[in-house]
Each structure stands twice: as C-alpha cells, then as structure tokens.
Design a binder for this molecule. Structure first.
Ligand SMILES: [Zn+2]
Length: 108
C-alpha cells in the first residue's frame, strides 16, 4: 500500500510538471489534448489519490478572453475541484478541497 502510494505520488508529480509542455509537444498529432482536458485529468488523478471519487466535470465555461473553467465535486464528501486555464495572478489552475485535503468519507 505504501509503495503503491509513493509510486502514484511520483507519477502525479511528473504529470503536474508536464502540464503545458506536454500539450505543446502534441499539437502536431491527431490526438490533441486541450489544456482544459489536461487540467481535468490531473485534477481527477490528484483527487483520486486523496481518496475522492469525482463526478463528471461540468461543461467548460468559456469567457470572451478564451479562459475556460470547469467544476466537479466528490460523490462521497462533496469536496469541489476547479480547473481554470487562465488563473488570476494570485490563483492556481487546479484548486478546490478535493485536490487539497483527503476525502472525509474514506479512511486512509
Ligand atoms: Zn471526497
């Protein structure tokens, strides 16, 4: 269990580092993952590692600036996860309780 957990932490770190650069590299291919999709995937993985079971993300809310935001919450405890393709200078692209604290409904 402990080994498995540290492995997933390392994977998660690699994925978080690769956000942005990864999508840039793939723009020539046919399987393009948008920044929003990449953020959603990372948020889901991060929340999963914390024991949450996220429901589907809401459809992207697209603003005139091209900024996209999407929301979801944990089916077990209701903790939110928010992704934002253009966070404010004092904000972050993945936020919410689901990626910050462990799930209340699950003993670790
Ligand atoms: Zn939860």
């Amino acid at each position: 269990m402990n080994k498995e957990r540290s492995d997933s932490v390392n994977e998660l770190r690699e994925k978080m580092v690769s956000i942005g650069t990864d999508t840039d590299r793939k723009t020539g291919g046919c399987n393009i993952m948008t920044k929003l999709d990449a953020l959603r995937k990372s948020a889901r993985e991060c929340a999963k590692w914390r024991g949450h079971e996220l429901s589907r993300f809401s459809p992207a809310e697209v603003q005139s600036t091209g900024r996209q935001q999407s929301f979801t919450s944990c089916l077990e405890c209701g903790a939110m996860a928010v992704v934002d393709t253009q966070p404010l200078p004092n904000g972050i692209d993945i936020s919410g309780r689901a990626v910050a604290v462990g799930c209340k409904k699950r003993k670790t």
